[in-house]
Design a protein around this ligand. Structure first.
Ligand code: PA5
Length: 427
C-alpha cells in the first residue's frame, strides 16, 4: 500500500482544476523530471535506489554493522547536515532496543556538548563513523580529531583504527587519504549524491544498520516508491502533485509550510525534511520556508499563531494510519479529576480526534492543509517517505526555478568564520 495525499483541505485556495491546469501547462518538463536523462544533472545519483548502493555494498555494510553491534556499547556518528540527518531520523524513530547507544557528534561547536559526549564514551566500547563528503566542514572535521585522539589513547593506534569507519568521497578526498594513512575502513559517499539526498546510500545505511533497523526494508520502500512515481500518470503522480501544489500555494502568498505530525517519534524525520526543503529551495530570493510542529505539544505554542496569526502558512500533516500502539484509558471512579468523559477510550482515539480537530480548526482559520496518509511507522514506509520527499523536492525546486542541489547561502557565514579563524586555503 503506497502513501497517498489528500488535497481536499486546500481547495478553498487551490482547486483541483488549478492543479490539473498547472500540470498540463508544464507536461513535457514534468515528464522530463520523472525520467531524467543521465546527463541532465550530475547530482541525480539518488534517483536509482540500487545504483546508489548495490548488493555488494549493502552486504559489506550489513557485515560491518553486525561486527559493530556485537562489539560496541556506543556508536558515534560524526557528521553534520545531510551527513547525519537521514540516519538520525530513522534511528530516533525506530531503533528497536537502544543497543548500541548511538550518539551524534560533529554537528555543533559547543564545548559542553562535546565534553558530555566524551564523558559518555569514557570506559565503554566505542566505534565511530565519521561522515563527510569532502571533509572540509569544520564541525565534523575538528570533532573527529578529538574523537580519534581519544580512541587512540584508549585503545592504541591500531585497535582504534579498527573501530573507525570513514564515509567520504571516493575520488581522492582528504578523508579518503586520511583513512588510508590511518588504516580505517572506508565507505563511499556517492559523488553524484548531495548530503541531503544521501540517506539511502552508505552515508545513512551503515548507522541505520548498526541501530538494528533492517535496511533492506527501508530500501524496498524506496524502490517501491520509485516504481510508483515512474508509472503513475502525470496528473495522479503524488510527487508531481505535491510539488505543483506547493508552488501554487506559494503563488497565493502561502510562504511557509509546516510539516505537522502527531507522533513525536517523527521529530528527527521532520528535521531531515526541513533541511531537505530549506537547503534545496531557499535561494535566489525565493522558496517556501519549511518548519515542523510536533502536535499536540506545539498546539500549545505555535498553534496560536497558525490559527490566528498572519495568513502565510500552509500545513502538510503526516497521518499515521496505524499508530502502532494501544493504551486504554482506565476508569477512576470516585476521583473527581474531571476526565470521566474519556473513560473507555484509548489514547489512539484521543490522538486521532486531536488530529482531525486540528485540521478542521486550522482550515477554518484560513490555513490550507495537505494530508499525507502513511500506513504505518515502519522502515518500509520511511523508505517510501524519503524517496517521495526527495523526488517531490527535486520537482518542486525545479518548478520554482532554483537549483535543488547546491547551497551557496551556506557559504556566507563560513567565509566570515574562516577569515576570522585565518584559514589560509579553501579546499
Ligand atoms: O545537504 C548537503 O549537501 C549539506 O547539508 C551537507 O550534507 C553538509 O553541509 C555537510 O557536508 P559534508 O558532508 O561535506 O561535511
Amino acid at each position: 500500500k503506497p502513501l497517498t495525499l489528500d488535497y481536499s483541505n486546500m481547495l478553498a485556495h487551490v482547486t483541483e482544476k488549478d492543479l490539473e491546469a498547472a500540470i498540463a501547462g508544464q507536461r513535457t518538463r514534468l515528464e522530463g523530471l520523472l525520467d531524467p536523462p543521465a546527463a541532465q544533472s550530475e547530482m541525480l545519483g539518488w534517483v536509482n535506489v540500487d545504483g546508489c548502493t548495490g548488493a555488494a555494498l549493502v552486504s559489506r555494510i550489513t557485515e560491518t554493522a553486525r561486527e559493530i553491534r556485537e562489539n560496541a556499547e556506543v556508536f558515534l556518528l560524526i557528521g553534520v547536515g545531510g551527513s547525519n540527518q537521514g540516519a538520525r531520523a530513522v534511528i530516533k524513530a525506530l531503533q528497536p532496543d537502544g543497543i548500541p547507544e548511538i550518539l551524534y557528534a560533529g554537528n555543533n561547536l559547543s564545548p559542553r556538548y562535546l565534553e558530555r559526549i566524551l564523558a559518555q564514551i569514557r570506559g565503554r566500547s566505542v566505534y565511530a563513523n565519521v561522515i563527510a563528503k569532502n571533509f572540509a566542514t569544520l564541525e565534523p572535521g575538528i570533532c573527529f580529531r578529538i574523537i580519534r585522539q581519544f580512541m587512540e589513547a584508549a585503545y592504541g593506534k591500531e585497535a582504534a583504527a579498527a573501530r573507525i569507519i570513514a564515509t567520504g568521497s571516493p575520488d581522492g578526498s582528504s578523508l579518503e587519504r586520511l583513512a588510508s594513512a590511518k588504516g580505517y575502513r572506508f565507505l563511499p559517499f556517492p559523488p553524484d549524491v548531495g548530503g541531503r539526498f544521501s540517506v539511502l546510500s552508505a552515508v545513512g545505511l551503515l548507522p541505520i544498520a548498526v541501530s538494528g533497523v533492517p535496511i533492506q526494508e527501508l530500501l524496498q520502500g524506496a524502490r517501491d516508491m520509485a516504481r510508483l512515481l515512474k508509472t503513475q500518470p502525470l496528473t495522479e503522480n503524488i510527487a508531481v502533485r505535491y510539488g505543483v501544489a506547493r508552488n501554487l500555494l506559494l503563488a497565493k502568498r502561502f510562504r511557509l509550510e509546516i510539516l505537522a505530525y502527531f507522533e513525536p517519534l517523527l521529530k528527527y524525520f521532520a528535521k531531515w525534511w526541513v533541511q531537505l526543503f530549506g537547503e534545496s529551495e531557499g535561494k535566489d530570493g525565493t522558496g517556501i520556508f519549511p518548519a515542523a510542529c510536533s502536535f499536540s505539544e506545539d498546539l500549545h505554542a505555535l498553534g496560536q499563531y497558525i490559527q490566528d496569526g498572519r495568513k502565510m502558512i500552509f500545513e502538510t500533516f503526516i497521518n499515521l494510519e496505524e499508530p502502532g500502539a494501544r493504551l486504554p484509558i482506565p476508569a477512576d471512579h470516585g476521583t473527581a479529576d474531571g476526565f470521566d468523559y474519556l473513560d473507555g477510550k484509548d489514547f489512539t482515539d484521543l490522538n486521532k480526534i486531536a488530529f482531525e480537530a486540528t485540521v478542521r480548526a486550522h482550515v477554518a482559520g484560513g490555513v490550507p492543509a495537505l494530508i499525507l496518509n502513511v500506513p504505518a511507522l515502519t522502515p518500509y514506509y520511511l523508505g517510501q517517505l524519503f524517496y517521495f520527499f526527495e523526488y517531490a523536492c527535486y520537482i518542486s525546486a525545479t518548478i520554482l526555478g532554483v537549483n535543488p542541489f547546491d547551497q551557496p547561502g551556506v557559504e556566507a557565514y563560513k567565509t566570515h568564520m574562516f577569515s576570522q579563524l585565518k584559514r589560509k586555503n579553501n579546499p
